[in-house]
Design a protein around this ligand. Sequence first.
Ligand code: HEC
Length: 241
Amino acid sequence: MIDAFYHFLEKLGYAHAIHPPLTHMPIGLVVAALAFTGMAWLFRQPRLAVTARHCLILALIFLFPTALAGYMDWQYFYAGAWLTIFKIKLALSGTLLVLLVLSLILSRKEAARYGVLLPLYILCFLTVVVLGYLGGQLALGERCPEVLSTEHSVGAEIFRVNCSGCHPHGGNIFDPKLPLSGGPQLADPDTFLAFVRKPLRPDGSRGQMPAFAPDKISDAQMRDLYEYIVTVFKTPKRSPQ
Ligand code: HEC
């Protein structure tokens, strides 16, 4: 279902993650709410506090599609891997939801203003800042080197969708000591295939990389992927252990 949705977007010409553009809405609105409350308090303008409350209502509404898009991107580009950064992002989104609802309930009462609200709005702000920072870490700009020859376009596409999230530029954002580009698993197509079907760390233990079954990437697609990777990311630097 999720795959079909992204394939549909790609047909329309949109081939990126959908969560990042949506995040501007809740983040911008939380920043606006804090700014308006600050000004309301500073200049004794209670009407601005009402504006702040309206911004928070919109932030709460937009939180839902933004979180849903985050979940879908995570499933599609990171194979739903249960990594710390996603756990933190999930926990922070839950925290933001609670903080927004609390702020909205409290801002209904005249008496609760400023003393309680200002710190609450600041907490909402800090939550979106950390969420945005972690999102920035995931989106490290251009992830897949362009290959000019159309020969590897199939492999490039498989790489972009399945691997580039965690291995931008052939690196490894979750385990920088084990970049894709230097891996001994790239020695030949069979070693590569065996690894991607059942990834293990150099010591033989199960790591964080998700396994890719044939229904996700077929053997033929794996060969295209392998050709693309060895063309753009070169050959092994480390020897097999
Ligand atoms: C959710 C993140 C994630 C995705 C998606 C992912 N990997 Fe990995 N990959 C890792 C991690 C983390 C490691 C380090 C070993 C471990 O913890 O499993 C790794 C290790 C590797 C290595 C070994 C590097 C070394 O130096 O030992 C190769 C090769 C590799 N990945 C290829 C791929 C390919 C090809 C894809 C796409 C089909 C892919 N990975 C998708 C996270 C990911």
